[in-house]
Design a protein around this ligand. Structure first.
Ligand SMILES: Cc1cc2nc3c(=O)[nH]c(=O)nc-3n(C[C@H](O)[C@H](O)[C@H](O)COP(=O)(O)OP(=O)(O)OC[C@H]3O[C@@H](n4cnc5c(N)ncnc54)[C@H](O)[C@@H]3O)c2cc1C
Length: 409
């Protein structure tokens, strides 16, 4: 006998776990399949990184009851400072001038993992399979059959009305559904670490474009900053192997002295960067969310924010159906509704991020001059800032209820 669920979620990383939490009040039968425990050293989603959260994401986490569990670990970003190394253009975005408390928050991924998984583990309606992988999915007329491979070598078969792929960029479910992807290898890797600057960051997030790629510094609660340093892939091994002193000298050279000297660096980890965009967000009896649907360059810190809106949208569509007493969450109408709702936001954010990387990687003088003029114009034009702020909170399409602070039930 196979156990039957309303929804099976493959992947309990940042987006899959958020979706499971969002579905809790609906009283559905949920199976959550995750390969690596949230607190394991090898967990690929809840690792040593920090995530820049938009205000919209904060509102979603608040409405889901997750925020109280992470608030103490979150650092507000009061201002964003964008500049181009060696050139005149720069732009500032100040939360105050936009009438906001903060432009966003910096949150350690591990803190988010703990808060989400505490809620998941406490919910009897969510059947957790972990450590286990979704190995195979076979769609049928009314349900899909899912084969789960447990880490101990045993296997379990379950049926689900809808399978949600939240299993990251190499998604098994997306592959099984035959959904094509577009990819662009940026030939870059993001090197992540923490640095301690001589001067207090004063809650400013810095984004600096340099000839070797963009650099971001995000404020942390203890006065350190998360550093995201983009390197050409060919150079990343040397940056990882450099001594702390050599590495800090390189960071100082790229960033300058706005925060004084950099005094200490943490452990360095590199992530290869590419754009991966699924051509569709659904297939037979399945929907794809988060990195399984789109994996972006982290330059603008928008990947998780976008994935969380995927989860909020899907949870709302499921809640609406369940409120009508309907249990078919994977029929063609439901999948089409999800595709239509997510299309605009995905295209806008993926296009914006990709253009940012390409414009700022372009060495041609005319592009360089235009981008400097662009940064200055942006600094002088409040409406442009409001537009960016709206784009990053997901206001470029229909905003899901959870992002407006409205609970699903
Ligand atoms: C360097 C870097 C910095 C970033 N900074 C930001 C930022 O500041 N702001 C922002 O919004 N975004 C940021 N992002 C993007 C963000 O990390 C991703 O958008 C986010 O991790 C996507 O979450 P996900 O759950 O969709 O996928 P993932 O994080 O990839 O998680 C997938 C999960 O699925 C599990 N899994 C995989 N295969 C299977 C299977 N077959 N069966 C079961 N489980 C499976 C994995 O173990 C994992 O837990 C950054 C990304 C990088 C690389």
């Amino acid at each position: 006998m196979t156990e039957v669920f309303d929804i099976a979620i493959s992947g309990g990383g940042m987006v899959g776990a958020s979706l499971a939490v969002a579905l809790r009040p609906l009283g559905l039968r949920i199976a959550l399949i995750e390969a690596v425990a949230h607190d394991a050293d090898t967990q690929p989603s809840f690792d040593e990184r920090t995530t820049a959260l938009s205000n919209g994401s904060r509102r979603i986490l608040e409405t889901l009851g997750v925020w109280p569990g992470v608030a103490a670990a979150a650092t507000p970003i009061r201002r964003i400072h964008v500049s181009d190394r060696g050139h005149f253009g720069f732009a500032r975005i100040d939360a105050n001038t936009l009438g906001l408390d903060a432009m966003g928050y910096v949150l350690p991924n591990r803190a988010l993992g703990r808060a989400l998984w505490d809620l998941i583990r406490a919910d009897p309606g969510i059947r957790v399979h972990c450590p286990a992988t979704l190995a195979e999915v076979t769609p049928g007329a009314d349900t899909a059959l899912v084969r789960i491979a447990n880490a101990d070598g045993t296997q379990v078969l379950v049926e689900a009305n809808l399978v949600v792929a939240a299993d990251g960029v190499g998604s098994v479910v997306r592959g099984a559904a035959g959904i094509d992807i577009e990819t662009r290898d940026y030939g870059q890797s993001a090197l992540i670490t923490t640095v301690l600057p001589q001067r207090f960051h004063d809650h400013v997030a810095y984004e600096r474009f340099t000839d070797s790629g963009p650099l971001a510094l995000l404020p942390l609660a203890d006065g350190r900053c998360t550093l995201v340093l983009t390197h050409k892939t060919a150079d990343v091994a040397a940056a990882l192997a450099a001594s702390d002193a050599e590495f800090l000298a390189e960071v100082q050279h790229r960033f300058g002295f706005r925060l004084g000297r950099f005094l200490q660096a943490g452990r360095r980890v590199a992530y290869p960067l590419a754009l991966t965009l699924a051509r569709r967000t659904s297939g037979a009896r399945c929907v794809i969310v988060g990195n399984a649907a789109q994996s972006l360059h982290p330059v603008a810190g928008m990947g998780f924010n976008l994935g969380l809106r995927d989860a909020a949208t899907l949870a709302e569509l499921i809640a609406d159906r369940s409120a009508e007493g309907r249990r078919d969450f994977g029929d063609a109408a439901m999948l089409a509704a999800y595709d239509a709702w997510r299309g605009r936001d995905r295209r806008a954010i993926a296009g914006f991020t990709d253009s940012l990387v390409r414009i700022f990687s372009n060495p041609l003088g005319i592009i360089r001059a235009a981008r400097n003029a662009g940064l200055l114009a942006f600094d002088l034009l409040p409406p442009a800032k409001s537009a960016l702020s709206a784009l990053s909170t997901g206001a470029s399409g229909r905003v899901p209820k959870l992002a407006r602070g409205v609970a699903l039930r």
